[in-house]
Ligand binder design. Structure first.
Ligand code: SF4
Length: 255
């Protein structure tokens, strides 16, 4: 039985988002530096509105009450900037879960980062940016933001197979790209290709071309990294990747 990611968003929000007057707090379980994007400070949030069967952060995703604690946007800002300045990074991001759950919290964080020279990379599955045009419009106010929309497969059927969500929700991921392009936001798509056929990949390329030719040029392939806890999840669902990498042997071009 499929679930609706928008309904799941509301259920997750109740657990991982909290208000204190005008300030919105969000649950995070880790703050770290890392080599991705050539060096980036990362805040790992708790909670997602998809249930990908290859998710590397499935433990906090499925145990939201047990993991992390609530942080204000100011606290997240301070932690990210502190990591970045100590390590000489120019980029910051929120990863782990889905950062768009808790819209007000995210916007308050972006307001704080607006006056800095850091580039904020918004890594998202795009479900909410596809469902709410105004959300994409709001992101367009921030010139130091780049959005990476991570597509879960190449077609509605692959999306449903990989996430367990209803196939129609794949269009929200594509809509996110459309909305962001229309509002002039810096954006590129990534796509999980570990389980895809060549034919389905070609169908996706055509869909992206209909939105904007540049999305095709900037399409970033994503593959599963076989961390032991990811292998455990893949086995649970009987999913066999066509292409996957050992975490000790990740090709340079994927970092
Ligand atoms: S969208 Fe990302 S965080 Fe959410 S379930 Fe999928 S892989 Fe995990």
């Amino acid at each position: 039985m499929y679930y609706d990611p928008l309904e799941l968003t509301e259920a997750v929000r109740k657990i991982v988002v909290r208000s204190n007057g005008e300030v919105e707090l969000r649950k995070y379980y880790r703050f770290r530096g890392g080599r991705w994007y050539g060096g980036i400070a990362t805040a790992d949030s708790v909670g997602c509105n998809l249930r990908c069967k290859f998710c590397w952060s499935w433990r906090p995703r499925d145990n939201m009450s047990k993991y992390g604690r609530f942080y204000t946007p100011k606290e997240v800002y301070m932690k990210l900037v502190s990591i970045a300045s100590r390590r000489g990074y120019k980029q910051l991001r929120v990863s782990g879960g889905e950062p768009t759950i808790g819209k007000k919290h995210l916007i308050q964080l972006l307001e704080l980062l607006k006056e800095t020279n850091y580039l904020f990379i918004l890594e998202t599955n795009g479900i909410l940016l596809g469902a709410q045009r105004d959300f994409a419009k709001e992101i367009s106010r921030f010139k130091n933001v780049h959005v990476r929309v991570s597509l879960k497969g190449c077609t509605p059927e692959e999306f449903a197979m990989l996430t367990g969500a209803k196939p129609e929700a794949f269009s929200l991921q594509l809509n996110a790209l459309k909305n962001l392009v229309n509002y002039g936001v810096s954006v590129h798509p990534a796509v999980m290709l570990s389980f895809s056929t060549k034919e389905n990949f070609e169908l996706l390329v055509e869909k992206l071309r209909e939105i904007d030719e540049e999305l095709v040029e900037e399409l970033e392939p994503e593959y599963v990294f076989l961390y032991p806890h990811v292998v455990k999840l893949l086995r649970k669902y009987g999913l066999k990747p066509r292409i996957a990498y050992s975490p000790d042997n990740i090709p340079e071009e994927l970092i």
